[in-house]
Design a protein around this ligand. Structure first.
Ligand SMILES: Cc1cc2nc3c(=O)[nH]c(=O)nc-3n(C[C@H](O)[C@H](O)[C@H](O)COP(=O)(O)OP(=O)(O)OC[C@H]3O[C@@H](n4cnc5c(N)ncnc54)[C@H](O)[C@@H]3O)c2cc1C
Ligand SMILES: NC(=O)c1ccc[n+]([C@@H]2O[C@H](COP(=O)([O-])OP(=O)(O)OC[C@H]3O[C@@H](n4cnc5c(N)ncnc54)[C@H](O)[C@@H]3O)[C@@H](O)[C@H]2O)c1
Length: 468
């Protein structure tokens, strides 16, 4: 039986980084993958394909140029699924190659097959053909990721009633679509499909999309989604689904009544992919959504077994999963490491994209912290005019007395990149005066920070000056 210092289960972002980090510490590492390719949901069905699809949609539809050249501007009029897949497949292929190379360069052994626990130091790996091999390790990292949640009463057929992984395997662009679940995935895919001209109905049981995002930013997003053809139903649920002979999916909503579309997609969250692990053999019990509990070092109830990435639940992002993987390996082998969990950025690739870091107005009001607001609108920034983004905005929240930056919220082109300037200033407990006193490249979107900081300061009450 082969023996390792560390065995990792899953080659998504969490598993990759756990494996490479341990290898960099000179450890003998093996990584198990049940699919025929590495990369997990991130590279194959989630982050990378969806973001490549978004780029293909924006480019081919000419969407970014429409505010300058007119609402009818198109780079290509009849966009096909093949046009979109061309770019997506190109990126996926390259990303798979990069990960495989990283594993080889770092002498991480690739073991293909489905892993399950025999005991707390041994894994059985069952290959597609049915044979199995056992491996032993001092430490094991569970990085098995997640799968779409699929309610039992929904008649999924992989073609017209689908989950979010299946959207990428459709043979045609849907003629119309109902999306159930206005979380991150539902919102991103709704705006991409609408930008392609597909009529979209987006349903969520909550009163607004993405409740954790600043209300002003969400209002702006919802407004723009409506303008490009998304119909939003809030506080709403599906009561029944029937596929009729006309090929349409007829959906009965609890409040709004009947609606119909060619495709119905469920995007109501994800569950941990723990079902094949035989966790009972080691005394770890996942919760009802398949998630495993861990402590602040990502150790499960069994200290030498760690769990990282989507399988531990919130925030379930590729960005945080990578950091958790590294952190777990450093902790296992006694190397120093830490994660700043207070300043996690969020990037949501709706159209327009939104991003945030730090606290929002609701948090600050609840905590009774006196805060000021400064806003820069892209239409007032030269770069905003040049790129034709007239609706973007950057909002700074800061302490009214100390002027310390407390939160940054943005919507518009480049928002997910722009946010990291604010994140760095916040990490060093900087004040908004930094933006006022600093020279920014011109014309850039980064200039928004200076304009928003000045706006914030100008809104503060002026000190009383005696008349002489
Ligand atoms: C549509 C979509 C868009 C997204 N967009 C973003 C985004 O823009 N930004 C962002 O930060 N995050 C995004 N995410 C989230 C991100 O993809 C996940 O957070 C990330 O992939 C989780 O990484 P992971 O390593 O935990 O798991 P995964 O990437 O799911 O990888 C787990 C791997 O483990 C393997 N595995 C499972 N069980 C076993 C077993 N028993 N034996 C062997 N192998 C096994 C699986 O085959 C898989 O390869 C998106 C997700 C989706 C679905
Ligand atoms: N840009 C990004 O970072 C990004 C992009 C996509 C996905 N992701 C990750 O993928 C994960 C899964 O995303 P998701 O959008 O599937 O889940 P989610 O948990 O973000 O959203 C699910 C939504 O579905 C709604 N919902 C649940 N059940 C419903 C029902 N029966 N009827 C109507 N609405 C219902 C919920 O109110 C919620 O708004 C997220 O946790 C996220 O971290 C991240």
């Amino acid at each position: 039986m082969s023996r390792y210092d560390l065995l990792v289960i899953g080659t998504g972002p969490a598993g990759q980084k756990a494996a490479v980090q341990a290898a960099k510490l000179g450890k003998k590492v093996g990584i198990v993958e049940r699919k025929v390719v590495v990369g997990g949901v991130c590279i194959n069905t989630g982050t990378i394909p969806s973001k490549s699809l978004r780029e293909a949609v924006l480019y081919l539809s000419g969407f970014r140029q429409r505010s300058i050249y007119g609402a009818d501007y198109r780079l290509k009029t009849a966009i096909t699924i093949e046009d979109l897949a061309f770019r997506t497949n190109h990126v996926i292929k390259n990303e798979i190659g990069i990960v495989e190379n990283q594993m080889t360069r770092n002498r991480v052994d690739m073991i293909y097959g489905t892993a399950s626990f025999v005991d707390s130091h041994r894994l059985r790996v069952t290959q597609a053909g049915g044979g199995s091999v056992e491996f032993e390790a001092d430490f094991i990292v569970i990085a098995v990721g997640s799968e779409p949640a699929k309610p039992d009463d929904v008649p999924f057929d992989h073609e017209s009633i689908i989950d979010t992984d299946e959207l990428l395997t459709l043979k045609h662009i849907p003629q119309s679509i109902v999306i159930v679940g206005g979380g991150v995935i539902g919102t991103e895919y709704a705006s991409m499909l609408a930008a392609l001209g597909v009529p979209v109905i987006l349903i969520d049981k909550r009163p607004r999309l993405l409740e954790f995002v600043d209300a002003e930013i969400i209002d702006a997003l919802q407004q723009q989604m409506k303008e490009i053809g998304v119909t939003l139903y809030h506080n709403e649920e599906v009561v029944s689904i029937h596929k009729q002979q006309d090929g349409l999916i007829h959906v009965q909503l609890r409040h709004a009544g009947p609606i119909a579309a060619a495709t119905l997609m469920y995007a109501i969250g994800r569950v941990g992919a723990t079902q094949d692990l035989n966790l009972g053999a080691v005394g770890i019990t996942p919760d009802a959504r398949g998630r495993v509990s861990v402590n602040e070092h990502f150790q499960t109830a069994i200290p030498h077994i760690y769990a990282v990435g989507d399988v531990i639940g919130f925030p379930a992002l590729a960005s945080t999963s990578m950091q958790q993987g590294r952190h777990a390996s450093c902790h296992a082998f006694g190397a120093p490491d830490g994660t700043d969990t207070e300043l996690l950025p969020y990037g949501i690739y709706s159209i327009p994209e939104i991003s945030m870091v730090g606290r929002n107005e609701e948090d600050l009001a609840k905590a009774d912290i006196p805060y000021g607001i400064g806003i820069a609108r892209y239409r007032e920034i030269a770069r905003g005019q040049i790129i034709g983004d007239e609706t973007g905005l950057l909002k700074l929240l800061f302490h009214r007395q100390t002027r310390q930056l407390l939160g940054v919220h943005a919507i518009g082109e480049g928002a997910t990149e722009l946010i990291h300037i604010g994140q760095a200033v916040m990490a060093y407990r900087g004040q908004i005066n930094y933006f006022v006193d600093t020279v920014f490249n011109y014309p850039t979107l980064a200039e928004c920070y200076k304009v928003a900081a000045l706006d914030g300061i100008n809104r503060l009450p002026r000190p009383w000056v005696p008349v002489t």
